[in-house]
Design a protein around this ligand. Structure first.
Ligand code: SF4
Length: 378
């Protein structure tokens, strides 16, 4: 007979009084919680098209990211190249304190609206001691979620934080792959393929740059000389080799850098990129320059500068306003890297290109003067 308490508690409570009912109840609860765990582990399984903003570290790890999702059978949508409309949208959405590059990132986020099921917005904190990322990269998922709270932006993220959370890139991607419904083995395979693709692309870029340097050296050696047929090897003047030192999303986005690469090339300079040197060598080299510099990407740039220093005529530093890591690093570079003229430029959306052209022209004039044996060689 049901007690008053049983009636008040309902039929389940009555069942729970028998051992069989208790174990059925426990089994039901366990099954429900397992299903919930599995559901949460595969919370991205329904995503078919994933968007990636063409900004910030897309220029450093974009091949890894894109290949990973493609390996999981997803369609990847990359936002278009930057332009004024994209930047204006990002600037309207941003707070004033954001740097130019992160404002632009938000513009790219907005431009992907409606073209994908979710956005990939990783949170990169560090890849070990003294290999940290700018706080902007760390905070991106929060920045995007809080900037577009009403747009229903679905964010897929991962966290790389080796020092505090012991989460390395590989395990973060494998866990992410499982959230997309892949088995642990398939997620691992997808990461391996993606990592290899990024490494391959980095190697190709580094080798191409090494060949470019060899060609420049060769034409320097023969500057003014003629071959057996009387044809000049490289014209009268040796080419000027300029090392462009900037975060990859500045160096390779002509909207951000104000078209500086075209400008330098139009003045007869050969542009080398600090972010295209061998990353491992550059990182290793950076510790010779500073034991304490905290940012990984700045380390790669500084290390590359010391590796390539001997091969270039001048160094152009380009920084997006206002960049904390660059302001500290570039100041140290200007004081410590000796023997090559350095031009330091800060770009922001308001600066336009007229001032940039004037400064680059003057810099090239100085380098040409030096090349002809002017006072800088004295
Ligand atoms: S490193 Fe500088 S430019 Fe890049 S996101 Fe951070 S503050 Fe902005």
């Amino acid at each position: 007979m049901m007690t008053k308490r049983d009636r008040q508690a309902g039929p389940e409570s009555a069942e729970a009084q028998t051992p069989l009912a208790a174990s059925l109840d426990a089994a039901r609860k366990a099954a429900a919680s397992t299903a919930a765990v599995l559901r949460s582990r595969t919370d991205c399984a329904d995503i078919r098209r994933i968007g990636i903003p063409r900004a910030l570290l897309y220029y450093r790890y974009g091949i890894l990211w894109k290949t990973f999702f493609e390996q999981l059978g997803r369609e990847v949508v990359i936002s278009d190249v930057s332009d004024k409309d994209v930047f204006d949208a990002g600037e309207r959405a941003s707070v004033d304190e954001c740097c130019l590059a992160s404002k632009l990132y938000l513009g790219h986020v907005q431009s992907l609206e409606g073209s994908c099921d979710a956005l990939f917005v990783p949170s990169l904190v560090n890849k070990g001691h003294r290999k940290g990322y700018c706080t902007k990269y760390q905070a991106l998922p929060d920045l995007v979620a809080n900037t577009f709270p009403d747009a229903g932006v679905r964010i897929v993220s991962l966290l790389v934080n080796e020092t505090e959370e012991k989460l390395d890139e590989k395990s973060a991607f494998i866990a992410l792959g499982q959230r997309f419904g892949a088995s642990a083995a398939d997620a691992k395979k997808a990461y391996r393929a993606a990592h290899a693709a990024q490494q391959r692309a980095d190697r190709v870029a580094a080798r191409a740059q090494e060949r470019r340097i060899a060609e420049i050296e060769q034409s320097r050696k023969h500057a003014g000389e003629r071959d057996a047929d009387g044809v000049p090897y490289s014209g009268e003047a040796a080419p000027l080799a300029i090392l462009l030192v900037a975060h990859p999303y500045v160096a390779h986005d002509s909207f951000v850098n104000g078209g500086i690469v075209d400008l330098l090339e139009s003045m007869g300079a050969a542009v080398l990129y600090a972010d295209e040197a061998d990353h491992a060598k550059a990182l290793h080299e950076s510790f010779e320059f500073s034991e304490t510099l905290p940012w990984l990407v700045n380390r790669e740039l500084v290390g590359s500068m010391t590796l390539l220093h001997e091969h270039v005529d001048g160094i152009v530093l380009v920084s997006a306003f206002p960049c904390g890591p660059d302001s500290m690093t570039n100041d140290a570079v200007a004081r410590c890297i000796q023997g090559k003229p350095i031009l330091s430029l800060t770009v922001d959306a308001q600066s336009g290109t007229a001032g940039l052209e004037t400064r680059v022209e003057s810099f090239i004039d100085i380098l040409r003067y030096q090349q002809r044996g002017g006072y800088l060689n004295g």
